[in-house]
Design a protein around this ligand. Structure first.
Ligand code: ADP
Length: 306
């Protein structure tokens, strides 16, 4: 096999109480990439459509992640990459992670799978380092493993796959406003109280248990974040209204996707997920902010060949 075309899913990270540790892969929104094995060493991005992003390998997360893989490999040739972006950069649904993971997953397939998934997570994290300055794994892990993932530890890197109920859907609304990553970081507090910690780890445990036991109500009750959401949501106009409308329309829970401005809701079944999408849209129609809405089943496979 010399060439492969892959679907690279969007992902929701920072799932409410699972700030910085819990992420999930989506099915109905993602990029496409074509990766080709060539004899010329190194990585060349030969085509990029949909977004205005650098073609230079060292400035594009796909190139940086791919170069990290090449460095660890004894393969003597190189790769050409075409990127068809559908996920807007900076939307909060893992645009950079889709490109970093798509590159390394496809290269690994073309080389006959010399690397494990956890090794691919490490290479893809180098792409995240370029995008945000931090080599975080909470978007790349679900893109590579599929479904929900928990990054239990970075040192050593320990990624746990979490199953999810069959009828679980995500509705994501992306208001077309810019929230600077530096702003969404700088508002974070670095200290929490013991009482806040107790609430948060109670909810993380509840969320994981709910996902394992198909207990939609428990999933919903556990989707709470009293630490980051109250502060970060100030940067997202309409957040409180979107959340209350989503819950009124039947969402199990609702929170900020990644570092925003996208907002996600989890729902039981497609019909409710669509209804929740409609209720979220109305809020931004009233305020006069453009938006994209995605309704997606949980993607349990992650990246796939198309
Ligand atoms: P999101 O908020 O959707 O997670 P990201 O934080 O993933 O968005 O990353 C967007 C940043 O990464 C932008 O600064 C963008 O210029 C940079 N970047 C570099 N290469 C890519 C790529 N192939 N796809 C998306 N973003 C990229």
């Amino acid at each position: 096999m010399r060439e492969i075309r892959v679907f690279c899913p969007a992902t929701i990270a920072n799932i409410s109480c699972g700030f910085d540790v819990l992420g999930v892969a989506l099915d109905s929104v993602g990029d496409e990439m074509v990766v080709r094995k060539v004899s010329k060493k190194g990585i060349r991005i030969t085509k990029l459509t949909g977004q205005d992003l650098p073609l230079e390998a060292k400035k594009n997360v796909a190139g940086v992640a791919g170069l990290a893989l090449l460095e660890a490999s004894d393969y003597d040739g190189g790769f050409e990459i075409e990127i068809y972006k559908k996920i807007k950069a900076g939307s909060g649904i893992g645009s950079s992670a889709a490109s970093s993971t798509g590159a390394v997953w496809a290269m690994n397939e073309l080389l006959g799978r010399p690397f494990s998934k956890i090794e691919l997570v490490r290479f893809a994290m180098e792409g995240e380092r370029l995008a945000s300055g931090v080599a975080h794994a909470d978007n790349v892990a679900p893109a590579l493993f599929g479904g929900f993932t928990l990054v239990r530890s970075y040192n050593p890197l320990d990624v746990i796959s979490i199953p999810s109920p069959d009828q679980l859907y995500a509705t994501v609304i992306h208001p077309q406003i810019e929230v600077k990553t530096s702003d969404s970081r700088s508002v974070l507090r670095t200290k929490i109280t013991l009482a806040q910690g107790i609430k948060q780890w109670g909810n993380v445990g509840g969320l994981i248990a709910g996902l394992f036991t198909n207990d939609y109500d428990l999933v919903g009750r556990s989707l709470e974040d009293h630490i980051v959401e109250p502060i970060r949501s100030i940067l997202i106009p309409g957040f409180d209204n979107v959340k209350s409308e989503a819950l009124n329309a039947g969402a199990l829970g609702c929170g900020i996707s990644g570092s925003g401005p996208s907002i996600f809701a989890f729902c039981k079944g497609e019909a409710i997920a669509n209804k929740v999408g409609e209720s979220m849209k109305e809020v931004y129609q009233d305020i006069g902010i453009d938006y994209d809405v995605h309704v997606s089943k949980i993607n349990t496979k992650g990246i796939r060949v198309i």
